[in-house]
Design a protein around this ligand. Sequence first.
Ligand code: F6R
Length: 368
Amino acid sequence: EKGGYDWFMLKEIDEQPQAVAETLLGRYGRSGRLQLDEMRLSDDELRDVDKIIIIACGTASYAGLVAKYAIEHWTRIPCEVELASEFRYRDPIIDRSTLVVAISQSGETMDTLMAIRYARQQRARVLSICNTNGSTIPRESDAVIYTHAGPEVAVASTKGFLSQIVACYLLGLYLAQVRGVKYGDEIDAIMAALEKLPAGIQRMLDEGEQVRKLAAELVDTRSVLFLGRHVGYPVALEGALKLKELAYLHAEGFAAGELKHGPIALIEDGIPVFVVVPPKARDQLQEKIVSNIQEIRARGALTIVLAEDGDDDVVPYADHLIRLPKVPTLLQPLVATVPLQIFACELAGLLGHDVDQPRNLAKSVTVE
Ligand code: F6R
């Protein structure tokens, strides 16, 4: 039931603090060690892993792109992310020491299912990250980490996405723990920051009115761009996807560093551009993106800047400034995505679209 909300999507956006908290629940013991109950792969098997390939579709693939940064950083295991629909058709190099990680909210996405079947035929180990107990993908996997986001009814994934990122992080930290790599030290700090995250997400929800007003101002817009770097890049992709599927608008996400290699030609007077600014602590990335914001604004873009509290460098170049709580860089996607979801949902509603069931789309895509 919608519980007083106009749309399931709004309800599910609001449930995100809880979805993240539930996904973390019981996984970090007082002993300072991570426990993943459904991790049916032994420590020896996990120590053998020399390559990780994340496969998924759509929003789940963007969760994978975010996770790649964290998993490689913590585990030093090379990690690729591939669309499930492409994976099987390129003769991928996989063997017994490859860990294939399938991310799927529904657990029924046909492309993802076919990809894991293929991976298992090639003798890879398959771990799935899934929100639906007993669905096909976890049943056909060697191991599973369930996200505990609760049922997601709206076609557009929201709490599914955030909880997928959290589950991927648990996997990355678990691998780091089992393998005893250098970044194992970071486990405590990151777990502490993750535990505080639901409050940060709640704040983004509480401040949602700013974004809803912005959607009302931009109701006639034809095209919206999103820029990010590092883990902000998949956030840009996700912001654009939400807008395409819900508001039926042309929207694109770019890596900000790619601007001058082409996309900057799209900048014209008044075009709204969302920019996700990395935390200042991140070497040079913040400065670089600030100059990207200057470049596009000088060419007439309407800049909508998402930047952490206290980052004042962006103030002179932001037509709209959305503040984010200070969190470690790797966790920023979990707060920065929220206003983009609210924006897309609000704009779609204002345009009179069916937010929960956008045209031409289905919740689980059970055909290839
Ligand atoms: C976008 C969206 C889709 C799904 C994709 C994968 O909002 O919901 O892009 O993320 O179809 O679905 P699952 O995660 O069920 O495999």
